[in-house]
Design a protein around this ligand. Structure first.
Ligand code: PLP
Length: 439
């Protein structure tokens, strides 16, 4: 019997490139036919054939509370009844900006956009406008959305498909981006010594999770702060993925909380997306007031958007941040810990060399002896793993009703809705998946 999903995928590919609106959804690196989604609730996602999966993708991060949290849905429905889009400022935007600033102090002013890509693009333009410099430093394996200047050696889909960058990005643009290996203090120091006066900004994932999870080594973010400050460059902390997910104040908040108070540091600009929009298209850039006030209409750096600060999206974001209390973070951390440990134990039991790396509640598995022998610190080590073990692992999980991100380069996402039942279903699926990875 043919799976109806085959037919749908064929129709999709006839009208949408690759059949998908974002590349990794196409299952390119794991093979097979993507599950077309029909609905999602709590920790579950259901495909158009009626099969239900425990979801460890959670829309690639936004679903901190679980899918379709009733209070978030209610807030969106109430907002929708008042109007879908105004093209005028709203009180809810002010409240959401205040909620962000309360949690992430460096975001003294906040500008809303619709995607993480727009947020990082705006941050880079603002940094160049503020400093009058052109060069941007990024790290290989970090993903900041599909901004021309930031696609070089990027993570996420670019890593999944083994691309060095993207066609269509001009040589002039690439020449203004310096790509450095991650967690490499000497490389960073050297580049600042040679070209520090030309560098507008360093942009970094607060804790990288788009090449698998590769946390910053202790003090690395602080070093970025020191060097940028010493050379008059800005530090852009990309918290699109980590913001409001790993801690109410993002990865930055986790680092400050872990600190003894003598080494605190603040970024100049911070980008947010995913959780801040509660599953709706909303993202933001925040930062020091005098920098942010360089944005139009106050300053010379232009930035705008027809749907920016959309009332449905701001309603979802506000409801999500208000519901994300300590109990939510404790549950997400707990569920992540149990599943990460169980994945490691299942692979150990089958003799599959691997390493599980965590950054707060985010984690991923790296396969192979090299990864097992030493922590994975950068993109070169990520690429050296035995990635071929992931597709059979992924499909065994899917067959058992657990939807993992369809790429070895992505983090696994939990939510507060992942209750003991959902977690048990994942634990039950792991031994067979580990056996498949061993083969
Ligand atoms: N920055 C980071 C760290 C991300 O993980 C992503 C998306 O995964 C982006 C930026 C881009 O966000 P969006 O996909 O909303 O454009």
């Amino acid at each position: 019997m043919t799976d109806p999903m085959d037919e749908i995928f064929t129709s999709a590919r006839a009208v949408i490139p690759g059949g998908v609106s974002s590349p990794v959804r196409a299952y390119g690196s794991v093979g097979g036919v993507p599950r077309f989604a029909a609905s999602a609730r709590g920790p579950h996602i259901t495909d158009v054939s009626g099969r239900e999966y425990v979801d460890l993708v959670m829309s690639w991060g936004p679903g901190l509370l679980g899918h379709a949290h009733p209070e978030v849905v209610d807030a969106v429905q109430q907002a929708a009844a008042r109007g879908l889009s105004f093209g005028a400022p709203t009180v809810a935007e002010v409240e959401l900006a205040e909620a962000i600033r309360e949690r992430v102090a460096p975001a003294q002013r906040v500008r809303f956009v619709s995607t993480g890509t727009e947020a990082t693009m705006t941050a880079i333009r603002l940094a160049r406008g503020a400093t009058g410099r052109d060069l941007v430093v990024k790290f290989s394996g970090h993903y900041h959305g599909h901004v021309d200047a930031l696609l070089a050696e990027a993570g996420s889909g670019v890593a999944t498909f083994g691309m060095p960058g993207s066609a269509g990005v001009t040589a002039a643009t690439t020449a203004q981006t310096i790509v450095l290996p991650y967690n490499d203090a000497p490389a960073l120091t050297e580049v600042f010594a040679a070209r520090g006066h030309e560098i507008a900004a360093v942009i970094t994932e607060a804790a990288p999770a788009n090449m698998g999870v590769v946390p910053p080594e202790p003090g690395f973010n602080g070093l970025l702060r020191q060097l940028t400050e010493a050379h008059g460059a800005l530090l852009v902390l990309d918290e699109v993925l980590t913001g409001f997910r790993v801690h109410p104040s993002g990865w930055w908040g986790l680092e400050q909380a872990a600190d003894d108070g003598t080494r605190t540091w603040e970024p100049d600009l911070v980008t947010f997306g995913k959780v801040v929009g509660g599953g709706m298209p909303l993202a933001a850039v925040g930062g020091r007031a005098e920098l942010m006030d360089l944005l139009s209409p106050l300053g010379p750096v232009y930035q705008a958007g027809t749907l920016s600060g959309n009332p449905l999206a701001t309603a979802a974001g506000l409801a999500t941040l208000r519901l994300a209390d300590d109990a939510v973070y404790a549950r997400v951390d707990e569920a992540a810990g149990v599943i990460a440990d169980a994945a490691g134990a299942a692979l150990d039991a089958e003799g599959v060399a691997h390493r599980v790396q965590r950054a707060g509640s985010l984690f991923s598995v790296f396969f192979g002896e090299a990864a097992a022998a030493a922590p994975v610190r950068n993109y070169a080590a990520v690429q050296a793993q035995e990635a071929f073990r992931f597709p059979p692992f992924f499909h065994a999980m899917l067959d058992a009703g657990v939807a993992l991100p369809p790429s070895v380069f992505e983090a696994w996402f939990l939510s507060a809705a992942h209750d003991d039942d959902a977690v048990s279903r994942v634990l039950d699926a792991l031994p067979a998946a580990a056996r498949a990875a061993a083969a």
